[in-house]
Design a protein around this ligand. Sequence first.
Ligand code: ADP
Ligand code: MG
Length: 250
Amino acid sequence: MSKILEIEDLTVSFDGFKALNNLNFSMNTGELRVIIGPNGAGKTTFLDVITGKVQPTEGRVLFKGKNLKKIPEFKIARMGIGRKFQTPRVYLNLTVRENLDLVCNSNKNVFSTLFSRPNNNETRTVGGLLETIGLDTKANLQANLLSHGEKQRLEIGMLVAQSPDLLLVDEPAAGLTDEETENVGALLLSLAESHSIIAIEHDMEFVRQIANDKVTVLHQGALLCEGRMDDVQNDPRVIEVYLGETPTTS
Ligand code: ADP
Ligand code: MG
């Protein structure tokens, strides 16, 4: 099985404080990996290093076998790593369809995208995406009228439109209602059939919904344990550092 991501002896120091400490990690192409860990465990820093926002102090990150050292963020994105931040970044004054049109036609300028008729091929792509994210009936609604969960799904759709090989999502269930959480979870599971995905998550209910595969637990910048959700949940070390803390209600 080919590895989409390999991380070797990774340390990231901020003025001597090790946000990541000698971390080793790897995942197969096609995997949906969930990463959990208490606040401050280094989860977001982990994504920052993969996307090139932060450089390793020591160690290396290999994406599809290529060392990402000193490659700027925008080039890493073009190499096929798409990142979903916690807050949705969609154009609120455009409709759902127009938001997707923009990314599907990223070679053209905004005006030609908005005012020319899309060809059939592009229409199909946007139509397919609308269906995937479950917003086909809301295609012509302005994005500011969407619920928070629908905005999250739209932004995930905009990322998917760029055909990333690896999709990174940071706490996609934060601030969502139970129903919206389930929808986002179902979307990630359906995308996982054709994408490699890393989902960082704090909400344990959500983790249980999407973690069919391996779960990685980070603690103090290092790997605490890794395995199937049932095993991880019952690991005394995990209970002590993570499940023992006040649960976040999101
Ligand atoms: P998580 O996402 O798991 O909550 P983070 O990766 O955001 O954790 O942070 C890990 C640790 O690194 C925290 O203690 C945080 O304060 C520290 N940290 C993160 N980014 C910086 C930075 N730019 N400068 C200094 N310390 C940082
Ligand atoms: Mg974080």
